[in-house]
Design a protein around this ligand. Sequence first.
Ligand code: TRP
Length: 444
Amino acid sequence: MSETQRPHWGSKMGFILAAAGSAIGLGNIWRFPYITQQNGGGIFVIVYLLAVLFIGLPVMLGEITIGRHTQRNPVGAYGRIAPGWRFVGALGIISGLGILSYYSVVAGWTIGYAVKSIGGSLDPNGFGAFLGDWRQQIGYLAAFSLLTSFVVASGVQAGIERMARVLMPLLFLLMLGLIIRGLTLPTAGAGLKFYLMPDVDKLTTKTFLFAVGQAFFSLSLGMGAMLTYGAYLKKEDNLVTCAVAVVALDTLIALMAGFLIFPVIGHGLHKGGPSLVFVTMIAQFSHMTGGTVTAILFFVLLALAALTSTVSLMEVFISYLIDEWHMRRLSAVVLTGTLSFALGVPSALSLGAVPSLTHIIHGKGFLDIFDFAFGNLALTLGGLLMCIVLIYRWGFRHAADEVLGSSPKFRPFAQTWKILLQYVAPVAIAGLLIYCLVTGTGLS
Ligand code: TRP
C-alpha cells in the first residue's frame, strides 16, 4: 500500500479513544481489582502508579513513536528502524494472535452472562457448569470473534475509530452509574477499606514485579498494539499528549474499577480470578435491589471493554497482512478471524469440557498456558526488546527527533525519557521476565 493510501485517524482524539479502548479491558475491570487486593491493597495501588509512570508511560511513548515514524505494522516497523530485528515485530504479531484467541474466550463469557442476566437466569453456582459446557463456550467465542471481525473489517476510521467514539463515553457513564449504585450498598464501607487499606507487610519484590506486569498488560504494551495504532497517526499529531492521555485514561478506569467492585462485594474472603466477577459479583447482585438491571449493565460494561481490546489485538495482525502481504482488508479479516477462532477453540474447551485440555501440566489447562506464554512471557520479552532496539539499534536521537517534531515542548524531558528507556524499564522488565521463567507462573 502506498503512503497516500494508508489509513489515518480522523483526529488525534480518535486515536486517544481507540488506544484507550485497547488499553481499557478485562485487565482493568477484573484483573486490576483482584491483583490489588491480593497484593496489599492501597500499598499496591501506590506501587502500581509508580510502575505506570516510570515504566508504562516511557514504553508507551516509545511504541507510539516507532509506529508513527515508520507508518508500518510491527514487522515492517522494526525492519525499517533496525534491519535484522524484524523478528521483534514478528514476536509481537504472534503474541497478539495468541492473546486474541484466549481473550476472546473470556470476552465471550461476558456476553454469555449479559444474555443470562437479561433472561433472569443468573446463578452464582452455575459458573462451573457454564465453563464445562462446550456448546456455550464455542458459541460465545464464535459470537465475540464475529463481532470483533465486523468492527475491524469496517476499517480504521469507519470501524475502529467510530466504535471507540461511541463506546468509550458509554463505558465511562456505565461505570459511573454502577459505582454510584455500589457506594449506596451496606457493604460499601467494608469493601472500600479492604480495597484501599495499605497492608505494608505484603510489600515485597514480588509486589513490584506484579505492578510492572499489570501495567504492561493493562496498557497493551510489549506486542506492538500501540505501535500499530501509532502508525495511523499523522506527522503533526503531538505524540506526548497522546501517550499521556491514553495512560491516564487507562489508569483512571482501573482505579474506578476498584471503586465499582469492592463496595459491591464487601470485605475479603472471596476468591480472586475468574470467580471474582462470575461468581462473587453475581451472588451479590442476586440479593440487591435492582440487582438484575445492575447485573445486565455490569456485563455489558465488561463486554464493551473487552470488545475495544479484541479489536486492537486483531488490528495488529491485520495491519501486518495488509502491509506485508498486500492483502485486502476484508480477506485479511476473514483469515485472522478464522485463525484466532481456531486457536481459541482449545482454550474454550480447556475449562472442563475436554479433560485432556483442562489439565496439561501442573493442573494448568490450555488457556492458562497460552496466557502464561503470550500474556506474560512474550509481552515482557517484547517490551524488553523494544527498549533495546530503540536505544541501541535505531538510536535514541531518531526517536527523540520524531517526538520533538510535533511536540517541541518535550525537549526538557527528553533526557529523562532516555534514562527511563535505557535503564529503568529494561531492568524492571528483565526482573519480571526472570521471575516468570524461574517460577513458571504468570501474574494471575
Ligand atoms: N490491555 C488489555 C486489557 O487491559 C489487554 C491487552 C493486553 C491488550 N495486550 C493487549 C489489548 C494488546 C489489546 C492489545 O484488558
